[in-house]
Ligand binder design. Sequence first.
Ligand code: HEM
Length: 132
Amino acid sequence: MPRISLAFFTVAALCGLTGMGWGTFMGATQHFELAPAHAHLNLLGWVSLSIMGGFYALVGGPPNRLLGWVNFTLSAAGVIVLTPMLALLLAGNEKTIGPMMPFPELTVILGMLCFIANVLLAWRKPAGAVAA
Ligand code: HEM
């Protein structure tokens, strides 16, 4: 498996574990105010990062290696920064956190754009080809 996929799966699994622990805590305490932040950690972290890592494994590594690592950096950093900021926002800090939200939002969007660029570059590979 390409190392970039291992990197994606490592961060994804840590997000998944944290998200599950968070969900368990919400259920135990019956405090659901931060449920959307829990959902974003699970869906941007566990699910989206796993899909990206899985794609790079399936095509035998990112068609453009640098773009792949930029994708990983932006997508992983984005979810790690966005989730606590969203939790703070939901906890009633709209005035302070609200104006800063576009930064992590833009980070995850740029990460997705890098991923899309690599998906499109993969079309240039011959069918069935698996690069190292
Ligand atoms: C141990 C695992 C998990 C536990 C205990 C858990 C628990 C919870 C709880 C208590 C809520 C709030 C429900 C409410 O507001 O009534 C919730 C919401 C949610 N969870 Fe989880 N969850 C877990 C894993 C996951 C995973 C793996 C995902 C996605 C991949 C996920 C996605 C969501 C979504 C989308 C919501 C709705 C958020 C919203 O209403 O804004 N959860 N979860």
